[in-house]
Write a protein that binds this ligand. Sequence first.
Ligand code: ADP
Ligand code: MG
Length: 639
Amino acid sequence: MLVKVLSPQLANMIAAGEVVERPSSVAKELCENSIDAGATSVTVEITGGGLKKLSVTDNGCGIHPDDTETAFLRHATSKISSAEDLDSILTLGFRGEALASIAAVAKVTMISKMDGKDGKITVVSAGKLLRSEPVGCPVGTTVTVENLFFNTPARMKFLKKDYTEAGYIEEAVKKLSLAHPEISFRFVSDGKEKIFTPGDGNLKSAAYAIYGKDVSSLLVPVDYTDEASGLKIGGLIGGMTLYRKNRSLQSFYVNNRCIVNRTITLALEEAFKGMIPIGCFPVAILKVDINPSLVDVNVHPAKLEVKFFEENKIYSAVYWAVKNALSVKTMPVIDAAEEKPAVRDILPRNSGAASAAYAFNSARDSGCGREYNKKYADKPSDEEIKAYKEQLKNKTENIFDFDIDKESAQAKETEPVKKAQEYEKPVRTGETKKIEGTEFVQSTLSETKGGYKIIGQLFNTYILIEEGENLVLTDQHAAHERLIYERLLKESHEKKIVPQMLLAPEVLKLTAAEFEAAVDNLDFLSELGWELEEFGENTLAIRGVPYVISKEDAKDTLTEVIDGIMDGKQSSRTEKEDRILYTIACRSAVKGHDKLTLPEAEELVKQVKESEKAVTCPHGRPVSAAITKTFIEKLFKRL
Ligand code: ADP
Ligand code: MG
C-alpha cells in the first residue's frame, strides 16, 4: 500500500470535521475570536440557518494587514507561542485552527482593520486564497462565511432543518452573551433581531435580555470564594420557585469559557435537593474562576469540556456556593412596577414566579390546589349563604375560630403550639357597624412583632400578614409541610426519628407487591420511625409510627409510603428517604381549609420567619407570596 502525506487542503477538511460540526460551531468560533480581540460589541447575522450566509462583526482590535493571510493557516495563532503558555490560557482560542478549518469547507471573506493601519479584505474559499487587498473599513473585523459545507456533502446530510440550525446558533450566542455581560451581543436571523444584550457589564441585565422578565426576576446571585484555593464561584441561580423539567436553562463557565461538566452539574443539583420537586432541574448561570494552571482546557476538539486537576474541590465549592445563595429567602411578589395592574394578576397563579412553581403538579399534591378547586367549584346555595350569614352574626369575635377544640393529634405532636386558652385573647379595639344588613368587623388581631402583624386567615388556607410595605400570604399547608420535612430530615441524619408506639397495633392488609416492598425495606422504614412486623399473609402490624403521624393516619400514610418506595425502586437511598419524608410531612401538616387559631398561626409564621428553608414546600410550591402596597394603591387609583 502506498502511504502518502495528505495535501494541506484535504488535511484541513478532515480537521474541519472536528472543529466545525454545524453552523453553530462556526458562529461560536467566530464570536470567540471577537471576544479575544477585546470587542465590546458583536453582531451575528445569518440567513438560511447559517448555511447560506453567516457573518460576525466586531469592534475589536482588528488584524494587522500583514497577518490577514497567515491567520487562515492551520496552527496560526497570535494567542500562544510556547508550551508553557498552555498552562495559562485565558483566551478562548489558542489552537489557531478555526479560521483554517472554516475556510476549508466554505467561502470566507474577512474584512479587518487595526487602529492606525490600512483595512484589508481577504477571501479564502475551500482553502484557496482568492483575494487579498486593501479596503476602506472601520476598526474591527467582519468575517462572512458563505455556502458552508458546499464541498463536503456528507456533512450536509447530518444537518437539520434551517430553523433548527438557526436555533442552535441562537443558543450558542445566548451562552456567549451570558459569559460576557460586558459585551453587547446582537443576533439577527433572516432579518429578524432575536437577541440584543445591553453590554453594561451586569449579568442580571444580560439574563433579562436572554430569558425575559419572569425568569430573570427570580434569579439570585451566587458569590463564593474559597479562600484557600482562590477558587471563585459567581453567577445567578433560580431561587427555589424557579426550575425546569430539563437542563436547558443551565449554563456553566470556567474562566468565561462555556463548558459542559458533570461535576458542576452534580454539585448544583445536589445543592438543590429537597428545594425543588423531584424530576425537576435548577436554573443556573454558574461561573467558576480558577487559576488556569489548575484546569486543562485542551481536552476537547470544540473546547467544550475541561479537565479539573482537583475535581472534589470544584464540587464542594459549587455545592456551598449554591447552598449559600439559596439560603437568601425569596418569594414571588406581585408588584405594579410598570403595567397598570390587571385584576387577574392578583392571583399568584398568574405571576411568572408562581406559574413556574405551579407547573409542577405532583400526584401527591393532595393538600394543595386541587382540593380547593373542587370544594369551591360549586356556588353555595341560597340556604348556605343564609346559614353563613347567621354564623357570621354569631361570630363577630374574631376571624380565627377560638372555639374549635380541634387540637388534632398532629398539631399537638408536631408543633409546640400552646392551647388557645393558654393565650390571652387578643384585645379587640374594633367596633361593629351595620352595612346593609351584614356585619362588618374591624379588629386588631395581633400586635406587630418582629416587623410583621398577622391580620387574618383567607379561605382557611392562607395566613395574611402585614409586613412592611407588603401584604404577605403564607400557605399554611406548604409552610407547615416544609418545616416538618426539614425537621425530619435533620433528625433522620442524626438517626433520631423516634417512633411513637401505639397502644394497640394497627393491622394493614397489602397487595403481594406492596407487602414485598415493605418487607424488603423493614430496616430502612424502622430508621424513619416505623415499627412494623409481618403479621400473616400480606399483612403488617404497625406497632409504632413516626412521632408526627397520628394513629388515625397511620395506615393511609404507610400505604402511601410503600407506594412511594415501589415507584422509586430504582432511585438512590437518599431519594427514597426524601420521598418517604415528603409523604410523612405532607400527611402530618395542617391542611388547606383547616381553621387555625391565632396562636397556631402565630407559631407557624414565627417558625417560617426563623427557617431558612421555608421558601417552598417540598413539592416546590411557594410558601409565601407578597402583594405590594403600591400594587394595591394602584388598584384603588390612589397612585
Ligand atoms: P485561534 O483563535 O485559536 O488563535 P483562529 O483560527 O480562530 O485561531 O484565529 C487565528 C488568528 O486570527 C487569531 O489568533 C487572531 O490573531 C486572528 N483573528 C481571528 N479573528 C479575529 C478577530 N475577529 N479580531 C482580531 N483578530 C482575529
Ligand atoms: Mg479562534
